[in-house]
Ligand binder design. Sequence first.
Ligand SMILES: Nc1ncnc2c1ncn2[C@@H]1O[C@H](COP(=O)(O)OP(=O)(O)OP(=O)(O)O)[C@@H](O)[C@H]1O
Ligand SMILES: [Mg+2]
Length: 235
Amino acid sequence: MSNVIEVRHLYKNYQTAAGAFPVLKDVNLIVERGDYVAIMGPSGSGKSTFMNILGCLDRPTAGEYLLDGHQVSLLGGNALAQLRNKTIGFVFQGFNLLARSTLLDNVALPLVYSGVDKRTRHEKAEQVLTKVGLGGYLNSRPNQISGGQQQRVAIARALINDPRLILADEPTGNLDSKTSEEIMQLFDGLNSEGISIVLVTHEHDIAEHAKRQVRFLDGKIVHDSYAQPAVMEVN
Ligand SMILES: Nc1ncnc2c1ncn2[C@@H]1O[C@H](COP(=O)(O)OP(=O)(O)OP(=O)(O)O)[C@@H](O)[C@H]1O
Ligand SMILES: [Mg+2]
C-alpha cells in the first residue's frame, strides 16, 4: 500500500523582479495513510507554499512529489485534476463559500465537475452536511450561519468525493477558541475513520490534536516528531 504523500528533495523558487527567490529548500516528508500531521512555523517560512504544492495547485521548481503513489510531475492537466479531485479535500482559512448558493449547492458543487446527476449530488451533499452536524440547514445560505458553521460547510464540501487526504491551511485561523476546538474534534473524528490529515496552524493547542508535529523554518523542515502520550511522574 502506497503512502498518501511522498516528497523528496523538494525546492520552490518564486520568480521576482530581483530574480529567483527560494522559498522551499530541500523539503522531505512522507505521510502514511491514516496519519494526522500539524505543520507549524513562523510567518513566511513556506507552509502555504508547501500546502499548495501538496494540493497540486502549484508545481515545485525541483524535486519529487508522489500523491497516493502517482508521480505528480508526470501528469498532465486532466489526469492531475482527476487525481486531485478523487484524492484530496481542501479546507481553507477563509471558508471560500458561494454567498448566493444554499449550503446544499455549495457542498454539491465539486460533483458538478465530475458529471454526477443533480439528484445524486443533493443526496450526497445532504449526507455529508448531516455528518458535520448541519443536516437542519440544507437550504440556508452562508450569511445566515456562524463562522464555525461555515467552516463545517467547507469541510462537508471537502468530504463530498470521499477523499483519502484532507489538506487544511489554517482552518481555525478565523475562529474563536471554542469554535476552533469543535472544528478540531470534527477533524479528529475524520482521522479516526482513516482519512489522512495535514493541517497548518499557528496554535499549539490546535497542533496537539494531530499525532505528528512538523515545524518549518526558513523553507526547511527543522522538526518532525510524533506526540508522546503524557507520562505520569514517578517518585
Ligand atoms: N506568489 C508569490 N510570489 C513571490 N513570493 C511569494 C509568493 N507567495 C509567497 N511568496 C513568499 O514566499 C515566502 C513564503 O510564503 P508562504 O505563504 O508559503 O509562508 P507561510 O509560512 O504560509 O506564512 P504565513 O504563516 O504567514 O501564512 C514569503 O516570503 C512570501 O512572501
Ligand atoms: Mg500561510
